[in-house]
Ligand binder design. Sequence first.
Ligand SMILES: [Zn+2]
Length: 136
Amino acid sequence: MTIDACKAIVGEYALHIAQVLGLGGWCLSFSYDEDGENYGTAQIAPDQQWAGINIDPDMHSNKAEVLDTILHELLHVVHAPLEQFRHQVNEHTKGAAREIFVTLGTTASEQLVAAWMVILTQILGLTPAKLARKAQ
Ligand SMILES: [Zn+2]
């Protein structure tokens, strides 16, 4: 997918989805770097209520995939308290302990987001596009 096509989808849906998820007070910054490894990533600064979300256009072939990535990354932002815990662990531990805690934190974060994706989209039938419409 082209960067422009990806930007258009983000522009049309992301802030509406964020609003429905209770992230209306957050500053969300989107970028489109192509790392070829991740559909998306989220850098989260809970204290500042800021999140930088990168979406790799090259990893997406259609709108539904981009919307799923937007929702996935925004759900990481919803879990900001867990992200804050991960930041603290990263800052105050070192060596093997840090490695173990970071791995556990990353796994927990991904499992929570995956569970919420299932709850929202499969159980409740709230696709990212439907969530966005709830904000309008
Ligand atoms: Zn994730």
